[in-house]
Ligand binder design. Structure first.
Ligand code: HEM
Length: 461
Protein backbone atom coordinates (compact mmCIF):
# COMPACT_ATOMS: atom_id res chain seq x y z
CA UNK A 1 0.00 0.00 0.00
CA UNK A 2 1.22 3.49 -0.69
CA UNK A 3 1.48 6.35 1.73
CA UNK A 4 -1.78 7.62 0.24
CA UNK A 5 -3.98 4.76 1.38
CA UNK A 6 -6.59 5.43 3.96
CA UNK A 7 -5.47 3.01 6.65
CA UNK A 8 -7.52 4.60 9.42
CA UNK A 9 -10.77 3.94 7.55
CA UNK A 10 -9.98 0.29 6.97
CA UNK A 11 -10.79 -0.92 10.48
CA UNK A 12 -14.29 0.62 10.32
CA UNK A 13 -15.02 -0.62 6.81
CA UNK A 14 -16.83 -3.92 6.19
CA UNK A 15 -14.61 -6.66 4.78
CA UNK A 16 -16.06 -6.52 1.27
CA UNK A 17 -15.21 -2.83 0.95
CA UNK A 18 -11.72 -2.98 2.49
CA UNK A 19 -9.00 -2.09 0.07
CA UNK A 20 -11.64 -0.84 -2.31
CA UNK A 21 -11.53 2.63 -3.73
CA UNK A 22 -9.89 4.61 -0.98
CA UNK A 23 -11.15 8.11 -1.61
CA UNK A 24 -7.64 9.30 -2.39
CA UNK A 25 -6.88 6.38 -4.72
CA UNK A 26 -5.64 7.66 -8.05
CA UNK A 27 -8.51 5.96 -9.88
CA UNK A 28 -10.93 8.43 -8.27
CA UNK A 29 -8.57 11.33 -8.42
CA UNK A 30 -8.40 11.07 -12.21
CA UNK A 31 -12.20 11.08 -12.67
CA UNK A 32 -12.53 14.90 -13.14
CA UNK A 33 -10.24 14.60 -16.18
CA UNK A 34 -12.51 11.99 -17.75
CA UNK A 35 -15.74 13.96 -18.04
CA UNK A 36 -15.79 14.85 -21.77
CA UNK A 37 -19.16 13.38 -22.89
CA UNK A 38 -18.01 12.60 -26.46
CA UNK A 39 -14.75 10.92 -25.57
CA UNK A 40 -13.66 10.91 -21.92
CA UNK A 41 -10.04 10.47 -23.02
CA UNK A 42 -9.99 13.75 -24.98
CA UNK A 43 -9.02 16.04 -22.11
CA UNK A 44 -5.92 13.99 -21.32
CA UNK A 45 -5.05 13.54 -25.03
CA UNK A 46 -5.32 17.30 -25.73
CA UNK A 47 -3.40 18.14 -22.58
CA UNK A 48 -0.56 15.81 -23.58
CA UNK A 49 -0.52 17.17 -27.15
CA UNK A 50 -0.64 20.80 -26.07
CA UNK A 51 1.87 20.75 -23.24
CA UNK A 52 3.92 17.73 -24.31
CA UNK A 53 6.74 16.84 -21.95
CA UNK A 54 5.95 15.87 -18.41
CA UNK A 55 2.79 17.53 -17.07
CA UNK A 56 2.45 18.00 -13.31
CA UNK A 57 -1.13 18.32 -12.07
CA UNK A 58 -2.40 18.77 -8.56
CA UNK A 59 -5.63 16.88 -7.94
CA UNK A 60 -7.02 16.53 -4.41
CA UNK A 61 -3.63 17.15 -2.75
CA UNK A 62 -2.02 14.50 -4.92
CA UNK A 63 0.73 15.45 -7.36
CA UNK A 64 0.27 13.49 -10.54
CA UNK A 65 2.83 13.73 -13.30
CA UNK A 66 1.39 12.77 -16.69
CA UNK A 67 3.86 11.30 -19.12
CA UNK A 68 3.09 10.63 -22.78
CA UNK A 69 6.45 10.70 -24.58
CA UNK A 70 8.35 7.57 -25.61
CA UNK A 71 11.53 8.79 -23.84
CA UNK A 72 9.64 9.18 -20.58
CA UNK A 73 8.19 5.68 -20.83
CA UNK A 74 11.66 4.30 -21.45
CA UNK A 75 13.06 6.07 -18.40
CA UNK A 76 10.32 5.04 -15.95
CA UNK A 77 9.71 1.49 -17.17
CA UNK A 78 13.16 0.48 -18.42
CA UNK A 79 16.24 2.57 -17.57
CA UNK A 80 15.26 3.72 -14.06
CA UNK A 81 12.50 1.14 -13.42
CA UNK A 82 13.73 0.39 -9.87
CA UNK A 83 13.00 4.00 -8.84
CA UNK A 84 9.30 3.72 -9.72
CA UNK A 85 7.16 1.24 -7.82
CA UNK A 86 3.85 -0.36 -8.69
CA UNK A 87 0.66 1.32 -7.52
CA UNK A 88 -2.41 -0.76 -6.72
CA UNK A 89 -4.48 1.10 -4.10
CA UNK A 90 -8.14 0.30 -4.50
CA UNK A 91 -7.62 -2.92 -6.42
CA UNK A 92 -6.55 -5.33 -3.65
CA UNK A 93 -9.80 -7.33 -3.73
CA UNK A 94 -9.10 -8.22 -7.35
CA UNK A 95 -5.41 -9.02 -7.13
CA UNK A 96 -4.55 -9.81 -3.50
CA UNK A 97 -0.76 -10.02 -3.16
CA UNK A 98 -0.17 -11.43 -6.66
CA UNK A 99 3.02 -10.60 -8.53
CA UNK A 100 1.46 -7.82 -10.60
CA UNK A 101 1.21 -5.77 -7.37
CA UNK A 102 4.64 -6.31 -5.81
CA UNK A 103 8.17 -5.08 -6.46
CA UNK A 104 11.84 -5.83 -6.07
CA UNK A 105 13.42 -9.14 -5.10
CA UNK A 106 10.10 -10.66 -3.94
CA UNK A 107 8.45 -9.92 -7.32
CA UNK A 108 11.37 -11.62 -9.11
CA UNK A 109 11.16 -14.61 -6.79
CA UNK A 110 7.40 -15.04 -7.31
CA UNK A 111 7.59 -14.56 -11.09
CA UNK A 112 10.49 -16.94 -11.76
CA UNK A 113 8.65 -20.28 -11.29
CA UNK A 114 5.79 -19.08 -13.54
CA UNK A 115 7.82 -17.68 -16.40
CA UNK A 116 8.23 -20.94 -18.35
CA UNK A 117 4.45 -21.23 -18.90
CA UNK A 118 4.59 -18.12 -21.09
CA UNK A 119 7.50 -19.09 -23.30
CA UNK A 120 6.30 -19.15 -26.94
CA UNK A 121 7.56 -22.73 -27.29
CA UNK A 122 4.71 -23.77 -24.94
CA UNK A 123 2.04 -22.29 -27.21
CA UNK A 124 1.93 -25.25 -29.58
CA UNK A 125 1.01 -27.42 -26.57
CA UNK A 126 -1.81 -24.97 -25.68
CA UNK A 127 -3.29 -24.86 -29.18
CA UNK A 128 -5.78 -27.80 -28.90
CA UNK A 129 -7.08 -26.46 -25.58
CA UNK A 130 -7.55 -22.94 -26.94
CA UNK A 131 -9.43 -24.47 -29.87
CA UNK A 132 -11.64 -26.51 -27.49
CA UNK A 133 -12.71 -23.28 -25.78
CA UNK A 134 -13.40 -21.58 -29.11
CA UNK A 135 -15.43 -24.59 -30.29
CA UNK A 136 -17.66 -24.29 -27.24
CA UNK A 137 -18.12 -20.58 -28.03
CA UNK A 138 -19.06 -21.54 -31.59
CA UNK A 139 -21.76 -23.85 -30.14
CA UNK A 140 -23.05 -21.01 -28.00
CA UNK A 141 -23.14 -18.63 -30.96
CA UNK A 142 -25.12 -21.24 -32.96
CA UNK A 143 -27.76 -20.90 -30.23
CA UNK A 144 -27.56 -17.09 -30.23
CA UNK A 145 -28.01 -17.15 -34.01
CA UNK A 146 -31.10 -19.37 -33.68
CA UNK A 147 -32.64 -17.22 -30.92
CA UNK A 148 -31.96 -13.92 -32.73
CA UNK A 149 -31.45 -12.19 -29.34
CA UNK A 150 -28.76 -9.55 -29.02
CA UNK A 151 -25.70 -10.34 -26.90
CA UNK A 152 -23.26 -8.11 -25.04
CA UNK A 153 -19.89 -8.82 -26.63
CA UNK A 154 -17.50 -8.11 -23.72
CA UNK A 155 -19.39 -10.65 -21.66
CA UNK A 156 -19.18 -13.13 -24.53
CA UNK A 157 -15.46 -12.60 -25.05
CA UNK A 158 -14.69 -12.58 -21.32
CA UNK A 159 -16.23 -16.03 -20.89
CA UNK A 160 -14.21 -17.25 -23.88
CA UNK A 161 -10.96 -15.79 -22.50
CA UNK A 162 -11.62 -17.30 -19.05
CA UNK A 163 -12.32 -20.71 -20.59
CA UNK A 164 -9.10 -20.53 -22.61
CA UNK A 165 -7.00 -19.67 -19.54
CA UNK A 166 -8.58 -22.44 -17.43
CA UNK A 167 -7.99 -25.08 -20.09
CA UNK A 168 -4.61 -24.07 -21.48
CA UNK A 169 -2.80 -22.75 -18.38
CA UNK A 170 -4.51 -24.66 -15.56
CA UNK A 171 -5.62 -27.88 -17.33
CA UNK A 172 -9.05 -27.49 -15.75
CA UNK A 173 -12.62 -27.36 -17.02
CA UNK A 174 -14.07 -23.93 -16.20
CA UNK A 175 -16.06 -24.88 -13.07
CA UNK A 176 -17.93 -21.62 -12.52
CA UNK A 177 -20.78 -19.85 -14.26
CA UNK A 178 -18.68 -17.32 -16.17
CA UNK A 179 -21.53 -14.86 -16.65
CA UNK A 180 -22.16 -14.73 -12.90
CA UNK A 181 -18.47 -14.40 -12.01
CA UNK A 182 -18.10 -11.77 -14.74
CA UNK A 183 -20.77 -9.68 -12.99
CA UNK A 184 -18.94 -10.09 -9.68
CA UNK A 185 -15.59 -9.00 -11.10
CA UNK A 186 -17.26 -5.97 -12.68
CA UNK A 187 -18.30 -4.82 -9.23
CA UNK A 188 -14.62 -4.28 -8.55
CA UNK A 189 -13.18 -3.27 -11.90
CA UNK A 190 -15.61 -0.41 -12.34
CA UNK A 191 -13.93 2.12 -10.07
CA UNK A 192 -17.02 4.31 -10.06
CA UNK A 193 -18.80 1.41 -8.39
CA UNK A 194 -16.21 1.49 -5.64
CA UNK A 195 -17.28 4.96 -4.66
CA UNK A 196 -20.91 3.86 -4.38
CA UNK A 197 -19.86 0.84 -2.32
CA UNK A 198 -17.74 2.99 -0.03
CA UNK A 199 -20.40 5.67 0.41
CA UNK A 200 -23.10 3.14 1.18
CA UNK A 201 -20.92 1.11 3.51
CA UNK A 202 -20.12 4.28 5.43
CA UNK A 203 -23.83 4.89 5.91
CA UNK A 204 -24.39 1.27 6.98
CA UNK A 205 -26.84 0.86 4.12
CA UNK A 206 -27.69 -2.30 2.33
CA UNK A 207 -26.78 -2.18 -1.29
CA UNK A 208 -26.77 -4.33 -4.35
CA UNK A 209 -24.66 -4.17 -7.46
CA UNK A 210 -25.93 -5.86 -10.61
CA UNK A 211 -27.53 -9.11 -9.47
CA UNK A 212 -25.50 -9.61 -6.38
CA UNK A 213 -24.37 -7.64 -3.37
CA UNK A 214 -20.79 -6.45 -3.29
CA UNK A 215 -20.14 -8.71 -0.32
CA UNK A 216 -21.33 -11.74 -2.28
CA UNK A 217 -19.35 -10.61 -5.29
CA UNK A 218 -16.21 -10.49 -3.16
CA UNK A 219 -16.93 -13.94 -1.74
CA UNK A 220 -17.57 -15.43 -5.17
CA UNK A 221 -14.43 -13.91 -6.63
CA UNK A 222 -12.30 -14.95 -3.63
CA UNK A 223 -13.48 -18.58 -3.82
CA UNK A 224 -13.12 -18.93 -7.61
CA UNK A 225 -9.43 -20.02 -7.65
CA UNK A 226 -10.03 -22.90 -5.20
CA UNK A 227 -13.00 -23.98 -7.32
CA UNK A 228 -10.80 -24.01 -10.41
CA UNK A 229 -8.10 -26.03 -8.60
CA UNK A 230 -10.72 -28.59 -7.55
CA UNK A 231 -12.32 -28.88 -11.01
CA UNK A 232 -11.97 -31.81 -13.43
CA UNK A 233 -8.69 -32.04 -15.26
CA UNK A 234 -8.89 -31.53 -19.00
CA UNK A 235 -5.94 -33.72 -19.99
CA UNK A 236 -3.74 -34.60 -16.98
CA UNK A 237 -0.84 -32.51 -18.25
CA UNK A 238 2.05 -32.17 -15.80
CA UNK A 239 3.80 -28.94 -16.79
CA UNK A 240 0.93 -26.45 -16.54
CA UNK A 241 1.16 -23.01 -14.99
CA UNK A 242 -1.04 -24.23 -12.14
CA UNK A 243 1.28 -27.19 -11.49
CA UNK A 244 4.32 -24.88 -11.53
CA UNK A 245 2.65 -22.78 -8.82
CA UNK A 246 1.62 -25.82 -6.76
CA UNK A 247 5.22 -27.10 -6.94
CA UNK A 248 6.43 -23.72 -5.65
CA UNK A 249 3.89 -23.95 -2.79
CA UNK A 250 5.16 -27.45 -1.90
CA UNK A 251 8.81 -26.33 -1.87
CA UNK A 252 9.94 -26.04 1.79
CA UNK A 253 12.64 -23.57 0.73
CA UNK A 254 10.06 -21.19 -0.72
CA UNK A 255 7.88 -20.09 2.25
CA UNK A 256 6.72 -16.92 0.45
CA UNK A 257 4.82 -18.99 -2.12
CA UNK A 258 2.10 -20.14 0.27
CA UNK A 259 -1.43 -21.28 -0.65
CA UNK A 260 -2.74 -17.70 -0.58
CA UNK A 261 -0.05 -16.80 -3.11
CA UNK A 262 -1.36 -19.53 -5.47
CA UNK A 263 -4.94 -18.27 -4.96
CA UNK A 264 -3.94 -14.66 -5.62
CA UNK A 265 -1.85 -15.51 -8.69
CA UNK A 266 -4.88 -17.33 -10.09
CA UNK A 267 -7.12 -14.31 -9.40
CA UNK A 268 -4.59 -12.21 -11.26
CA UNK A 269 -4.69 -14.54 -14.29
CA UNK A 270 -8.46 -14.78 -14.18
CA UNK A 271 -8.70 -11.01 -14.38
CA UNK A 272 -5.52 -9.50 -15.92
CA UNK A 273 -5.38 -12.39 -18.39
CA UNK A 274 -9.05 -12.31 -19.36
CA UNK A 275 -10.54 -8.79 -19.11
CA UNK A 276 -7.81 -7.32 -21.33
CA UNK A 277 -7.92 -10.12 -23.93
CA UNK A 278 -11.73 -9.97 -23.93
CA UNK A 279 -11.88 -6.19 -24.37
CA UNK A 280 -9.47 -6.41 -27.29
CA UNK A 281 -11.58 -9.03 -29.09
CA UNK A 282 -14.83 -7.16 -28.40
CA UNK A 283 -13.46 -3.78 -29.58
CA UNK A 284 -11.99 -5.57 -32.58
CA UNK A 285 -15.39 -6.99 -33.58
CA UNK A 286 -16.86 -3.50 -33.19
CA UNK A 287 -14.16 -1.99 -35.43
CA UNK A 288 -14.63 -4.76 -38.00
CA UNK A 289 -18.38 -4.09 -38.05
CA UNK A 290 -17.49 -0.54 -39.18
CA UNK A 291 -14.87 -1.79 -41.68
CA UNK A 292 -16.39 -4.69 -43.63
CA UNK A 293 -13.48 -4.69 -46.12
CA UNK A 294 -11.03 -5.48 -43.31
CA UNK A 295 -13.38 -8.13 -41.94
CA UNK A 296 -13.46 -9.86 -45.33
CA UNK A 297 -9.66 -9.89 -45.42
CA UNK A 298 -9.59 -11.58 -42.00
CA UNK A 299 -12.09 -14.17 -43.27
CA UNK A 300 -10.09 -14.70 -46.45
CA UNK A 301 -6.90 -15.32 -44.44
CA UNK A 302 -8.67 -17.87 -42.23
CA UNK A 303 -10.12 -19.67 -45.26
CA UNK A 304 -6.78 -19.67 -47.07
CA UNK A 305 -5.00 -21.21 -44.07
CA UNK A 306 -7.65 -23.60 -42.73
CA UNK A 307 -10.19 -24.10 -45.50
CA UNK A 308 -13.96 -23.70 -45.04
CA UNK A 309 -14.33 -26.06 -42.08
CA UNK A 310 -10.85 -27.01 -40.92
CA UNK A 311 -9.18 -25.71 -37.79
CA UNK A 312 -5.79 -24.00 -37.61
CA UNK A 313 -2.85 -26.32 -36.97
CA UNK A 314 0.28 -24.86 -35.37
CA UNK A 315 1.70 -23.67 -38.68
CA UNK A 316 -1.55 -21.95 -39.68
CA UNK A 317 -1.85 -20.38 -36.21
CA UNK A 318 1.57 -18.78 -36.63
CA UNK A 319 0.66 -17.51 -40.09
CA UNK A 320 -2.49 -15.57 -39.22
CA UNK A 321 -0.41 -12.49 -40.02
CA UNK A 322 -3.07 -10.04 -41.20
CA UNK A 323 -5.44 -11.12 -38.41
CA UNK A 324 -2.72 -10.33 -35.85
CA UNK A 325 -2.18 -6.89 -37.46
CA UNK A 326 -5.90 -6.21 -37.02
CA UNK A 327 -5.61 -7.12 -33.35
CA UNK A 328 -2.55 -4.90 -32.89
CA UNK A 329 -4.31 -1.94 -34.49
CA UNK A 330 -7.31 -2.55 -32.21
CA UNK A 331 -5.03 -2.35 -29.14
CA UNK A 332 -3.55 0.90 -30.49
CA UNK A 333 -6.99 2.50 -30.78
CA UNK A 334 -8.44 0.92 -27.64
CA UNK A 335 -5.52 -0.01 -25.34
CA UNK A 336 -7.22 -2.12 -22.65
CA UNK A 337 -4.85 -0.72 -20.00
CA UNK A 338 -5.01 2.93 -21.01
CA UNK A 339 -2.61 4.26 -18.36
CA UNK A 340 0.08 2.67 -16.18
CA UNK A 341 0.49 4.05 -12.69
CA UNK A 342 3.68 4.14 -10.65
CA UNK A 343 4.79 5.85 -7.45
CA UNK A 344 8.16 7.59 -7.34
CA UNK A 345 10.45 6.01 -4.75
CA UNK A 346 13.25 8.60 -5.00
CA UNK A 347 13.79 12.19 -6.07
CA UNK A 348 14.12 12.57 -9.81
CA UNK A 349 13.56 14.98 -12.68
CA UNK A 350 11.76 14.29 -15.96
CA UNK A 351 11.78 16.89 -18.73
CA UNK A 352 12.53 19.64 -16.22
CA UNK A 353 9.76 18.59 -13.80
CA UNK A 354 10.99 17.77 -10.31
CA UNK A 355 9.71 14.47 -8.94
CA UNK A 356 9.49 13.85 -5.19
CA UNK A 357 9.19 10.46 -3.48
CA UNK A 358 5.46 9.56 -3.26
CA UNK A 359 4.49 11.47 -6.41
CA UNK A 360 2.16 9.58 -8.73
CA UNK A 361 3.34 8.90 -12.25
CA UNK A 362 0.60 8.31 -14.87
CA UNK A 363 1.93 6.99 -18.17
CA UNK A 364 -0.86 7.34 -20.68
CA UNK A 365 -0.59 4.78 -23.48
CA UNK A 366 -3.89 6.02 -24.96
CA UNK A 367 -2.36 9.50 -25.41
CA UNK A 368 0.78 8.31 -27.20
CA UNK A 369 -1.29 5.90 -29.35
CA UNK A 370 -3.41 8.88 -30.52
CA UNK A 371 -0.64 11.42 -30.96
CA UNK A 372 -0.25 12.46 -34.64
CA UNK A 373 3.47 12.97 -34.00
CA UNK A 374 3.79 9.16 -33.92
CA UNK A 375 0.69 7.95 -35.80
CA UNK A 376 -0.76 9.53 -38.97
CA UNK A 377 -4.52 10.07 -38.69
CA UNK A 378 -4.54 8.38 -35.29
CA UNK A 379 -8.32 7.97 -35.14
CA UNK A 380 -8.38 5.97 -38.40
CA UNK A 381 -8.42 2.17 -38.20
CA UNK A 382 -5.56 0.99 -40.43
CA UNK A 383 -4.16 -2.48 -39.68
CA UNK A 384 -1.47 -1.94 -42.35
CA UNK A 385 0.40 0.23 -39.83
CA UNK A 386 1.51 -3.06 -38.30
CA UNK A 387 3.10 -4.58 -41.40
CA UNK A 388 6.69 -5.73 -40.81
CA UNK A 389 8.17 -2.92 -42.94
CA UNK A 390 6.24 -0.13 -41.22
CA UNK A 391 6.94 -1.49 -37.75
CA UNK A 392 10.66 -1.07 -38.34
CA UNK A 393 10.18 2.66 -38.92
CA UNK A 394 8.10 3.26 -35.79
CA UNK A 395 9.48 5.22 -32.80
CA UNK A 396 10.36 2.83 -29.99
CA UNK A 397 8.00 3.04 -26.97
CA UNK A 398 5.26 4.75 -29.04
CA UNK A 399 3.15 1.55 -28.94
CA UNK A 400 2.59 0.14 -25.47
CA UNK A 401 -0.44 -2.10 -25.10
CA UNK A 402 1.59 -4.38 -22.83
CA UNK A 403 3.70 -1.66 -21.11
CA UNK A 404 7.49 -2.06 -21.37
CA UNK A 405 10.57 -3.24 -19.52
CA UNK A 406 10.78 -6.01 -16.96
CA UNK A 407 7.24 -5.38 -15.65
CA UNK A 408 5.65 -5.64 -19.07
CA UNK A 409 2.81 -8.12 -19.60
CA UNK A 410 3.80 -11.75 -19.18
CA UNK A 411 0.88 -12.90 -21.38
CA UNK A 412 0.98 -10.43 -24.29
CA UNK A 413 2.02 -12.93 -26.98
CA UNK A 414 -0.40 -15.55 -25.66
CA UNK A 415 -3.32 -13.10 -25.79
CA UNK A 416 -2.59 -12.33 -29.43
CA UNK A 417 -2.61 -16.01 -30.31
CA UNK A 418 -5.90 -16.49 -28.41
CA UNK A 419 -7.58 -13.59 -30.18
CA UNK A 420 -6.23 -14.44 -33.64
CA UNK A 421 -7.56 -18.01 -33.35
CA UNK A 422 -10.90 -16.78 -32.04
CA UNK A 423 -11.33 -14.21 -34.82
CA UNK A 424 -10.39 -16.72 -37.52
CA UNK A 425 -12.75 -19.43 -36.23
CA UNK A 426 -15.71 -17.20 -35.34
CA UNK A 427 -15.71 -14.96 -38.41
CA UNK A 428 -15.56 -17.90 -40.81
CA UNK A 429 -18.91 -19.13 -39.49
CA UNK A 430 -20.70 -16.04 -38.19
CA UNK A 431 -21.55 -12.46 -39.04
CA UNK A 432 -21.66 -10.54 -35.74
CA UNK A 433 -23.86 -7.51 -36.49
CA UNK A 434 -23.24 -4.53 -34.24
CA UNK A 435 -26.55 -3.03 -33.12
CA UNK A 436 -25.37 -0.29 -30.72
CA UNK A 437 -24.71 3.42 -31.23
CA UNK A 438 -21.87 4.60 -33.48
CA UNK A 439 -19.39 5.65 -32.36
CA UNK A 440 -19.45 3.37 -29.34
CA UNK A 441 -18.68 5.45 -26.26
CA UNK A 442 -15.64 4.75 -24.11
CA UNK A 443 -15.92 4.38 -20.34
CA UNK A 444 -12.45 4.40 -18.77
CA UNK A 445 -12.40 2.39 -15.57
CA UNK A 446 -9.21 0.57 -14.63
CA UNK A 447 -9.55 -0.73 -18.19
CA UNK A 448 -10.92 0.92 -21.32
CA UNK A 449 -14.45 -0.44 -21.43
CA UNK A 450 -17.40 0.42 -23.70
CA UNK A 451 -19.85 2.69 -21.87
CA UNK A 452 -23.04 0.85 -22.75
CA UNK A 453 -21.44 -2.49 -23.59
CA UNK A 454 -21.10 -3.60 -27.21
CA UNK A 455 -24.33 -5.20 -28.38
CA UNK A 456 -24.44 -7.55 -31.35
CA UNK A 457 -26.82 -9.92 -33.09
CA UNK A 458 -25.15 -13.09 -34.23
CA UNK A 459 -26.06 -14.29 -37.72
CA UNK A 460 -24.85 -17.56 -39.18
CA UNK A 461 -23.10 -17.28 -42.52
C1 HEM B 1 -4.81 -7.93 -24.76
C2 HEM B 1 -4.40 -8.58 -23.69
C3 HEM B 1 -3.55 -7.99 -22.60
C4 HEM B 1 -3.18 -6.70 -22.35
C5 HEM B 1 -3.53 -5.46 -23.15
C6 HEM B 1 -2.36 -6.71 -21.16
C7 HEM B 1 -1.76 -5.59 -20.61
C8 HEM B 1 -0.90 -5.61 -19.55
C9 HEM B 1 -0.16 -4.48 -19.07
C10 HEM B 1 -0.22 -3.09 -19.65
C11 HEM B 1 0.58 -4.88 -18.00
C12 HEM B 1 1.54 -4.02 -17.16
C13 HEM B 1 0.78 -3.11 -16.26
C14 HEM B 1 1.71 -2.13 -15.57
O1 HEM B 1 2.90 -2.10 -15.83
O2 HEM B 1 1.21 -1.36 -14.74
C15 HEM B 1 0.30 -6.29 -17.80
C16 HEM B 1 0.87 -7.08 -16.82
C17 HEM B 1 0.55 -8.38 -16.62
N1 HEM B 1 -0.27 -9.16 -17.40
FE1 HEM B 1 -1.18 -8.62 -19.11
N2 HEM B 1 -2.28 -7.99 -20.69
C18 HEM B 1 -2.97 -8.81 -21.56
C19 HEM B 1 -3.12 -10.19 -21.47
C20 HEM B 1 -2.59 -10.96 -20.48
C21 HEM B 1 -2.68 -12.40 -20.40
C22 HEM B 1 -3.33 -13.31 -21.45
C23 HEM B 1 -2.09 -12.78 -19.22
C24 HEM B 1 -1.92 -14.14 -18.64
C25 HEM B 1 -2.68 -15.17 -18.88
C26 HEM B 1 -1.63 -11.57 -18.57
C27 HEM B 1 -0.99 -11.52 -17.35
C28 HEM B 1 -0.32 -10.42 -16.86
C29 HEM B 1 0.48 -10.45 -15.64
C30 HEM B 1 0.67 -11.64 -14.72
C31 HEM B 1 1.05 -9.18 -15.50
C32 HEM B 1 2.00 -8.72 -14.40
C33 HEM B 1 3.41 -9.02 -14.81
C34 HEM B 1 4.41 -8.61 -13.74
O3 HEM B 1 4.16 -7.64 -13.02
O4 HEM B 1 5.45 -9.26 -13.67
N3 HEM B 1 -1.94 -10.49 -19.36
N4 HEM B 1 -0.59 -6.71 -18.77
Amino acid sequence: MSAHSNVADAAATPAHAQGLGESDSVWFTLLPLLKDPDNPMQTIVRMCEKYGGAIPIKLKDRKIIFLSKPDHFKKVMVTDADNYIKYFDGLRPIFGKSMITIDGALWQKIRTPQQAAFHPKKFEEYLPFLLDAIRSKVDRWEKHAESGKSVEMVEETWTLAADMICRALFDREMPFNPHFVFGCVKTYTDVQNHKAIRDKSQHQEDFSTADTSAADAMKTWGSTPDKVMGASHVDDRQSTLLQMMLDAEADPDFPEFDHQQVVDEMKQYLWAGTETTALTLAWCLYLLSQHPDVKEKVRAEARALCGEDGEPDWEAAQNLTYTKMVIQETMRMYPPIWTFIREAAVEDEIDGVKIAPGDTIAMCSYAVHHNPEYWNDPYEFRPERFSKERMKARAKYSYLPFAAGKRSCIGGALSQLENALALAMLLRKFEPEYVGPVPAQIFPTVTLTPKEGLHFKIRKL
